[in-house]
Design a protein around this ligand. Sequence first.
Ligand code: GDP
Ligand code: MN
Length: 381
Amino acid sequence: MKLLEYASKEVFRRFGLPVQEGKLAYTPEEARRVAETLKPPYVVKAQVPVGGRGKAGGVKLAHTPEEVEEKARHILNLTIKGVPVKKVLVTEAADIAHEYYLGVVVDRRNNQPVIMVSAEGGVDIEEVARTKPEAIHKLAVDPIWGLSDFQARQLAFRLFQDKKKALKAAGIIQKLYRAFQEVDAQLAEINPLVETPEGELLAVDAKIVVDDNALYRHPDLEQMRDMDYEEPKELEAKAADLSYVKLDGTIGCCVNGAGLAMATMDVIKHFGGEPANFLDIGGSSRPEKVIKAMEIITSDPNVKVIYFNIFGGITRCDDVARGLVEAFRTMEVKVPLVIRLTGTNEEEGRRILEESGIPLHTARTMSEGAQKAVALAQQAG
Ligand code: GDP
Ligand code: MN
């Protein structure tokens, strides 16, 4: 789960990292009122889950609350990398002498967190990594021992010659690492870490990505989940214990097991179709889950055909069949449905479907089902 800048800063604040005063606003007027409680000058910043907001015009300086209102009006009308801006963060502006980069990320190859620092901050760090890799200093941290003070100081001295500043930066690196570890982050990043003309250091931008698998340990962070930007159907699916990811194609998929779901999408693509979603109904197949899955899939207007690919193990084919019959009884299904049902209780499942008389295209194999689904999607245009 990606935390937006304002939420990431909230977390940083808890860990004692230096961040500017500021507050969220949903309207230009609200932005002005926030500014009235702060010291000028101000920055108005689009809160969207994508980077490069500055370049896209989503970060603007303002000198008066009226100007904040004007800038907020402009930014709230922007769409940045396909994401419409729904709220802005209004903060006190920092004076910038230099911009640095600080980040902690999980290095999957070495199974260790890696700290990265660079004096080339503010800009896209991937760009720096490509064009000037020597400008990024890295340190792998042993997760058991943690980050020692001397290691943090070593990194800090890569950025600052002045001892006082380096020690201050070392403290910030330590706090960033602590925050990263305590919230079970996959990424915690400050870009830029700003040095002011007075020699202060400030986290001007913040980004935290929390490992979804650890969210149950952080109900407070779960609350920061941004409903403004989440796909509502994905949340609904999560509540029903289904894994659903919306995609852009026309073939709605309903599968049991993540591996089979991936394979099904591959096979659909192999035969020239495009999946409309990834949907894993999971191991147990209570009929209610199948009904919910049908509701979610059919609510996507792009779906031209539905493909059920069920390989019964713990999942029982008769349960899936009952769920489908119930779904057809309670909702109007306007698109054709292809089903491949095999494994535990498959005869029982087939019998239930046949007796129900619901309109189905059946298939014996995954490939056959995918081909039928692709053909039906093409017929539907
Ligand atoms: P990003 O473009 O999405 O990474 O957004 P940032 O928060 O990093 O802001 C982009 C750029 O705007 C920064 O690199 C700064 O140059 C500038 N900026 C952001 N906040 C301030 C501020 O408080 N004062 C000044 N002078 N510039 C800022
Ligand atoms: Mn940034």
